[in-house]
Design a protein around this ligand. Sequence first.
Ligand SMILES: [Ca+2]
Length: 95
Amino acid sequence: MSANLKGAMVDLIDVFHKYSGKEGDKYTLTKLELKNLLKNELGEFLEGPNDACVVEKIMRELDDNKDGVVDFQEFVGLVAALTVACNEFFKSDSS
Ligand SMILES: [Ca+2]
């Protein structure tokens, strides 16, 4: 367990760029890129990432600066929120 925080950070950056480079600005996620990322990487956490409304909603929540795309900082906010939610889940599971 000890060595993996740095690996997790690198993975986070890698995953973001794997999707953000597909179309438009290579440093931001368009709605389609976000949808593919959610579906392929977080499909088991998020219900219905195939549903356009769900992607739309997540996109609106993530897009803090309202420029219509999700940058890395906005993306990390989603990952942090999901990580906290998972941690809560494990805490309540073990008590
Ligand atoms: Ca944005």
